[in-house]
Design a protein. Structure first.
Lengths: 233, 116
């Protein structure tokens, strides 16, 4: 009974929150606006350099968001690595080895790498792009980690640093270069737009995969000598 | 009342459920899950509300895609932090500073040396 009483204020707050939110959604839904964003996007799509509207928004019309996003990702990755308890993210001690998983990986990893490359390329004219490809790439990295395949690029050093920062650095370089040439920050020259977008997407894929993988491996699961870890606590 | 608007209202409901969990549950991992549920609700509201009038709208979809990636990274960072906290304190919930609670298990000895 006492527990129900303590839950009562929280329930009331949540119900009020939901009803306020639902009321706002309803208000927005019934009011008409004069701005037609999909139409506006469709008219300007041929200037963006890519045919997929989502990619055009992500890497051309609202590329500022994407630039900030990869910045956030890099910071999260660095923070995750720096609180990790291990001195190196790639340590033979931390590898699990599972023969079945290893055998499966020899089939899966090449397919996943191929899929990541396809998704990256497909992003220019159909659903796909850097984020999906980066997620697949990170997933294959996680699988490799779980199957005990050594990943030397995760050792502290130039590869790890480059992998984490490449996407953000290249993106920022493109942005600043276009600003220095008299254009606006992040405005690509129209004739180079497609090339630049593909280059940025490629390095973004690598960096996103690297950040996600680094965040995964910086929370090691091998704590055999610490029985409390993973218990009910 | 189109199906897309239904998605938006479902998103509002998810936000409410997530907020409830975030307030009530003390276990940090579950709190994180509840927080993610709120985030998913926000994404649903964004996409559902935008496509209710004129079909799929790429602008909010792109923003939500950005949001999903940031949410994944933030969640992973939160998990790393929670595990670190658990390592250091042996607790799965934050301490209440107002109450002098008996620790569930004594704070474990912190070993900074890397495990080789």
């Amino acid at each position: 009974m006492k527990r129900i009483l303590t839950l009562l204020p929280a329930t009331a707050v949540c119900l009020a929150f939901v009803s306020g939110l639902a009321y706002s959604i309803w208000q927005i839904a019934i009011t008409t606006t004069s701005v037609d964003l999909p139409g506006l996007l469709g008219e300007n799509l041929d200037q963006s350099g890519v045919e997929n509207p989502v990619t055009a928004v992500l890497l051309n019309f609202r590329s500022y968001d994407t630039l900030l996003e990869i910045g956030v990702l890099v910071i999260a990755g660095i923070a995750g690595i720096s609180v990790a308890r291990t001195s190196s993210l790639e340590d033979p001690e931390l590898r699990t080895s599972d023969t079945l998983l290893y055998a499966l990986q020899r089939w899966l990893i090449p397919l996943m790498l191929l899929l990541a490359g396809y998704l990256l390329w497909a992003g220019s004219d159909r659903p796909g792009g850097a984020f999906q490809a980066g997620a697949v790439l990170a997933a294959s990295g996680v699988l490799m980690r779980l199957g005990g395949i050594p990943m030397d690029f995760l050792r502290p050093g130039i590869m790890l640093r480059l992998g984490l920062s490449l996407g953000f650095a290249v993106f920022l370089l493109v942005a600043v270069t276009s600003a220095l040439h008299g254009g606006e920050f992040l405005a690509y020259p129209p004739e180079l737009a497609k090339t630049l977008i593909v280059v940025i997407e490629t390095v973004l894929t690598l960096s996103i995969a690297m950040v996600l993988l680094a965040l995964f491996v910086s929370a090691p699961v091998n704590n055999a000598e610490e029985p409390e870890e993973g218990g009910s606590g | 009342m189109t199906p897309s608007l239904l998605y938006a209202f479902a998103g509002a409901a998810l936000c409410g459920i997530g907020l409830f969990g975030f307030i009530v549950i003390s276990h940090l991992l579950r709190k994180l899950l509840a927080f993610n549920l709120m985030g998913s609700g926000v994404f649903l509201v964004l996409v559902g509300l935008a496509q209710h009038r004129s079909g799929p709208d790429p602008v909010p979809q792109a923003l939500v895609l950005t949001g999903i990636v940031v949410a994944i990274a933030a969640t992973a960072l939160a998990v790393v932090l929670i595990r670190r906290y658990f390592h250091l304190s042996g607790k799965t919930a934050l301490e209440d500073p107002a109450r002098d609670t008996l620790p569930h298990q004594g704070p474990r000895e912190v070993r900074e040396a890397p495990r080789e």
